[in-house]
Design a protein around this ligand. Structure first.
Ligand code: UT7
Length: 331
């Protein structure tokens, strides 16, 4: 029997209009544009403004564009998986809200929480559903409204993060294209370096937790940086070795966009020149779940059918991993 693989057959994204530049951040916190750009590669990021708007409000336009590009409707969708750490609500899942807003009445779905690795873990999960043969159209979304967790008086975090959403459509393929392999990892002992201190069941939100700013992202940047450099580089090298891939065999690296220096270290370890590395950190900062699908969206026209692509990520948790896929279409 021919093996069914899960191929990405369309990609789309959405970023909010408002641009928060490094220069504007200089007016909030003691920093300089030069410091931010040289330490992270970020020049600006997008922020979702507007009362009552959440992560789903970025996912919906991304998915609507995705459906339009593929020429299908929301009724054709079987499953929607959303990789996010900023769900609209603790419950119900953002996926439910999206299904309602787009009219995907034949779909079910769930959110997946894996820090910045949310999209990669969701892509690997969506792949399993397609490979069973039972699911024909699965949407995988990576999206975060990081501004909802940001303390804009904390210069070590507010300079990094931005808001955005990206989505891909997975469909069955019998030509050997699509997701070929994945390596996914977690190390919960790293949770203390990057987390939200309050708002969960251990420490529910209260006046005290809000006064102590514990509803914001806490990050101890240096240890996260060190583990990210090693984790992303090693898992990328591991998936290459496992699949007998040399640097020349790889058309594109799609790295999580947390810090340009982490991306450079990963590309170096893989022996890839900068022109094979997708980059949007300068424009969008770290959109957490959004970085990788937003890169795919932006570079879609440059990828060719059969291209070997390595996706690589590292995030809070710690979570990290890599996916090897063969691009399935020419646009
Ligand atoms: O996506 C999820 C995973 N997250 C990541 O991968 C993020 C990983 N971490 C990082 O990218 C980096 O650690 C940061 C960008 C967060 C910080 O850069 P760094 O080079 O690691 O700086 P640092 O934390 O070691 O701080 C160096 C100095 C400190 O001053 P002193 O103690 O040397 O006087 C900081 O107070 O830089 C200072 N600093 C700043 N100065 C100007 C920290 N943030 C800023 C700032 N502007 N925004």
């Amino acid at each position: 029997m021919t093996k069914i693989t899960a191929a990405i057959t369309a990609v789309a994204g959405y970023v909010p209009d408002y641009i928060l530049t490094n220069e504007i951040l200089e007016t909030f916190v003691p920093t300089t544009s030069e410091w931010i750009e040289s330490r992270t590669g970020i020049k600006e990021r997008r922020i979702l403004k507007g009362e009552g708007l959440g992560t789903s409000d970025m996912c919906v336009p991304a998915i609507e564009l995705l459906l339009k590009k593929r020429g299908i409707t929301a009724l054709d969708i079987d499953l929607i998986i959303v990789g996010t750490v900023t769900p609209d609500f603790v419950f119900p899942a953002t996926s439910n809200v999206i299904c309602d807003k787009i009219g995907a009445t034949n779909a079910w779905g769930f959110d997946l929480s894996a820090g910045c690795s949310g999209f990669v873990f969701a892509l690997a999960t969506g792949t399993q559903f397609i490979e069973t043969g039972k699911y024909k159209k699965v949407i995988v979304v990576g999206a975060d409204k990081m501004s909802s967790l940001m303390d804009y008086t904390d210069r070590s975090t507010c300079i990094i993060f931005g808001d955005g959403a990206g989505a891909v459509l997975l469909e069955p393929n019998t030509e050997g294209l699509g997701v070929i392999d994945s390596i996914l990892k977690v190390d919960g002992s790293g949770r203390k370096y990057l987390h939200q201190k309050a708002g969960g069941s251990v420490k529910p939100a209260s006046h005290e937790t809000v006064d102590a700013k514990e509803h914001y992202v806490f990050q101890d940047g240096q240890p996260v940086f060190k583990r990210a450099v090693v984790g992303m580089a090693e898992v990328s090298a591991e998936i290459m070795e496992k699949n007998n891939l040399k640097s020349d065999d790889i058309a594109w690296l799609v790295p999580h966009q947390a810090n340009k220096r982490i991306i450079d270290a990963t590309a170096n370890r893989m022996g890839l020149p900068p022109e094979k590395v997708m980059l949007n950190i300068q424009k969008y900062g770290n959109t957490t779940g959004g970085t990788i699908p937003l890169c795919l969206w932006e570079y879609e026209n440059q990828m060719k059918k059969g291209d070997n692509i390595i996706i690589s990520t590292f995030g809070a948790g710690f979570t990290w991993g890599s996916i090897y896929l063969k691009w399935a279409y020419n646009s």
